[in-house]
Design a protein around this ligand. Structure first.
Ligand SMILES: C[S@@+](CC[C@H](N)C(=O)[O-])C[C@H]1O[C@@H](n2cnc3c(N)ncnc32)[C@H](O)[C@@H]1O
Length: 404
């Protein structure tokens, strides 16, 4: 295979290095700007190519040795080969490039993750031929631990891996979720067979709960049936499938910035999940939370009751239907990666909100939606590094209605 020696002079959408060979753009994962590298082409498309980094001939001063043996193989982290400082610089540049597409050239405030590792409260693992694995494109990488989760979760992963090795043809995914020393595990079954979980439960201990999911239905099997915790002064209970922000050390800051930027008394919180953000806001405002998932909605209702949040109304359904005909002072939206539907953006565009606060884990779909919200202008943009070391980050964009 032909090898090339090239100078990296740009950054791609996922933080890869970029160079040009015969005028064609080449993406080189794990290469840094300014480096001279040896590479070979692994994928040719008409307008760009993808390359494999073979060797770094002249290293950037931002290069660092990746501490994890699975880096580059498991598909999880994207930035262990560089300093955290440089990772934040790259993410800020990528977000700034996205924001320029919708006319925003202002400042971007960056909120770093408080910990580069061991910050995640959730991990989804796949079942490969050798046991619990992470997936990079189509190839499985068997792992014994992940540096992004706590030591307790890694202890559990080791034990579950042994159990999975005896049941390789029964499961395809295992999800672990942790709060406050309690752990819930969901085993996703691909075969309609009865599984005895007593052995693994005894090995794990009392602070664990086991769930089984088959054909989309999740049932509680043994142990804890929810995660009980206190967040931001509120009593929370999370069922295993309900959404909760994954960076346990940074979400309070994100929610705090959202609250700080609310205008007026009436707030609509679209895509409200299990309701924690709605609850935090409802301490001082009238809030309508909107959530499609039944289990999230039930968590949100119970959360409202247990915390006496009389100013909170939780609606279950599609934001596209629920928003119709409503008005508020501030609308908060935190959609899944795919962003909002055209109908939702059209409805928000017709509403007379003073402010829209858009929380997003995908800046490409966010800027597509912001372009559709053409009655609003961007005032401020903040980057929260909720997913340190990986290619992802969270953005908060604050928009204001133009004119009346
Ligand atoms: C990124 S999470 C946001 C959760 C919440 N804001 C929080 O911080 O905990 C997105 C949520 O949107 C919900 N969702 C997805 N599509 C929806 C829709 N069409 N209408 C309402 N909610 C939806 C998902 O179930 C999920 O709970």
């Amino acid at each position: 295979m032909k090898e090339y020696i090239e100078k990296i002079d740009g950054i791609g959408y996922d933080g890869e290095g970029v160079c040009r060979i015969d005028g064609k753009v080449v993406f080189v994962p794990y290469a840094l700007r300014g480096e001279k590298v040896k590479l070979h082409i692994v994928k040719e498309k008409s307008s760009f190519s993808r390359a494999k980094l073979i060797d770094v001939i002249e290293a950037s001063e931002d290069r660092e040795s990746p501490p994890c043996p699975y880096f580059g193989k498991c598909g999880g982290c994207a930035y262990q080969h560089t300093t955290y400082h440089n990772e934040l610089k790259i993410k800020k540049e990528l977000l700034s490039n996205q924001m320029k597409k919708v006319g925003y050239k202002g400042k971007i405030e960056v909120f770093p993750s408080k910990h580069e590792y061991k910050y995640r409260n959730k991990i989804k693992l796949f079942v490969g031929k050798e046991g619990l694995s992470l997936k990079k494109e189509d190839s499985m990488c068997h792992i014994e631990n992940c540096m992004l989760v706590s030591d307790e979760m890694n202890e559990a992963i080791k034990k579950i891996d042994k159990f999975i090795k005896n049941n390789l043809d029964v499961f395809d995914e295992v999800t672990l979720r942790e709060e406050n020393g309690q752990l819930l595990i969901v085993f996703n079954k691909i075969k309609n067979v009865e599984v005895d979980y007593q052995g693994i439960f005894l090995v794990l201990g009392r602070n664990f709960g086991i769930f089984e999911c088959f054909e989309g239905f999740t049932i509680h099997v043994v142990g804890l049936n929810e995660l009980v915790t206190q967040e931001m002064g509120l009593n929370c209970r999370f069922s295993p499938r309900s959404f909760h922000q994954v960076n346990k050390f940074l979400f309070e800051e994100l929610y705090g910035e959202v609250v700080k930027n609310i205008l007026g008394k009436k707030v609509i919180n679209c895509y409200s999940g299990a309701g924690l953000l709605s609850g935090v806001i409802a301490q001082d405002h009238e809030v309508i939370g909107m959530e499609l998932g039944w289990s999230e909605h039930e968590d949100a209702e119970r959360f409202k009751e247990e915390n006496n949040l009389s100013r909170l109304t939780n609606l279950q359904g599609d934001c596209g239907d629920l928003l119709f005909g409503l008005e508020c002072d501030t609308l908060i939206t935190d959609p899944p990666r795919k962003g909002m539907s055209k109908e939702v953006t059209e409805t928000i565009n017709q509403m007379k909100c003073k402010r829209v606060i858009y929380i997003s884990c995908d800046s490409a779909t966010m800027t597509r939606d912001i372009a559709r919200l053409n009655n609003y202008v961007i005032k401020e943009v903040k980057l929260f590094d909720m997913f340190a070391r990986t290619g992802e980050y969270e953005t908060v964009a604050i928009l204001e209605r133009e004119g009346k």
